[in-house]
Design a protein around this ligand. Structure first.
Ligand SMILES: [Zn+2]
Length: 370
């Protein structure tokens, strides 16, 4: 009852504000984009809720979708958005728990990572499970860094000699292999920025859940200076540019707790510069997914809508929302792409309730290699 009443009051307030703007013209002290942003964000969220309500999509991406609801409910400056994401996320977390009550025997690294990420998000949404936690603690102990990250971040920086999984037969070959050990097909090597970004994501999920996959988040993040200088986009392939950009944004997420804390640009000057330089490229390149990530990471460095690039990003996102509330290509058959691009656009548009200026894991900052 209280929730419904709050929504009614807020909706009435929003309508009254719109009327005020309409009558006050350009001299209005109120900010019309704020209401457009708020409505766009809620339409985007409704699209993601639709995806999360679909059985098959939730089965495949539930752990990630729960993190979306947890993250927004923890970091949004809008109390209504915090409430919406928490209540919907809580109901979905109950469903996810019912489907994932134990670690399957022989679960591999990817499966354990997904269970850790999902279990952390479900806890965040008010649905803990101590029995699964104990199972995951045991599973994490037997997984080596090489199995989880494909290299050992305690001993070496992200390498460039990890082959991709064979496209013909799905076999994983040893480091340095240029042909598949199973079928002999030619293999491509992964670039080190993609390897690093994946390691950041997996080790962060473990760290916030209180576990380790052999190596810690600090072990992974310590290699930041070895990733400099970032390849300039003019000379990088499209895929290397994307992997570099995601490595930069995910390094920032690991440091700001995915939107919990404000960072100072002088702490990470090269990352700040990178984001500042490339936000315009994302707009001109119509890359919604990267634009959203550039916008929210730059907000954590203190940029506001007063910044022309951030304002241009907001205008772009408001102008390119699909009729169904999503962002990105509505014809894309991959449901992950559909909801994830929508999620990054929401994160780019929304406002954050920063909990002060600090890094999420100070020990990781101290360990940065020269
Ligand atoms: Zn093969």
């Amino acid at each position: 009852m209280v929730g419904r009443l709050t929504v009614a009051i807020l909706s009435t307030a929003a309508a009254a504000l719109l009327l005020l703007w309409a009558s006050a013209g350009t001299r209005s002290p109120l900010n019309p984009p704020d209401v457009r942003v708020s409505l766009a964000v809620k339409r985007g969220l409704a699209f993601i809720e639709g995806v999360a309500s679909d059985g098959k999509s939730f089965e495949e991406n539930g752990f990630d979708l729960l993190w979306c609801f947890c993250s927004i409910s923890q970091t949004s400056a809008d109390p209504e958005l915090r409430d919406l994401t928490w209540r919907f996320g809580h109901e979905r977390a109950l469903r996810w728990r019912a489907d994932h009550s134990r670690v399957p025997p022989g679960a591999g690294a990817d499966e354990v990572y997904q269970l850790v990420a999902g279990s952390h998000a479900a806890e965040c949404l008010g649905v803990p499970d101590e029995s699964l936690r104990r199972g995951l603690e045991q599973a994490a102990l037997r997984i080596t860094p090489e199995e989880m990250f494909r290299f050992d971040p305690r001993k070496e920086p992200p390498p460039s000699d990890i082959p991709k999984v064979c496209r013909k037969c799905g076999t994983r070959s040893a480091r340095g292999s240029l042909t598949c050990r199973q079928c002999g097909a030619e293999l491509e090597l992964r670039d080190r920025y993609g390897v690093w970004c994946d390691a950041i994501i997996a080790s962060y999920s473990a760290e916030v859940y209180g576990l380790r996959f052999g190596a810690s988040l600090a072990d992974v993040l310590q290699w930041l200076p070895r990733m400099h200088p970032y390849p300039p986009p003019g000379r990088a392939s499209r895929i290397l540019y994307e992997h570099t950009a995601y490595a930069v944004t995910h390094f920032v997420y690991a440091m700001n707790g995915y939107g919990l804390y404000r960072l100072r640009s002088e702490w990470f000057p090269r990352e700040y510069e990178y984001l500042r330089t490339h936000i315009r490229n994302a707009i001109s390149g119509r890359d919604t997914e990267l634009l959203g990530e550039y916008m929210d990471t730059l907000k954590s460095f203190g940029l506001t809508e007063a910044d022309p690039d951030l304002a241009a990003g907001t205008r772009y996102l408001l102008a390119h929302q699909n009729p169904d509330g999503s962002w990105g290509d509505p014809a894309d058959p991959e449901i992950y792409d559909r909801y994830h691009t929508t999620w990054t656009a929401i994160d780019g548009l929304r406002s954050y309730a920063w909990r002060g200026e600090r890094v999420m894991f100070p020990e990781a900052m101290v360990r940065l290699q020269p």
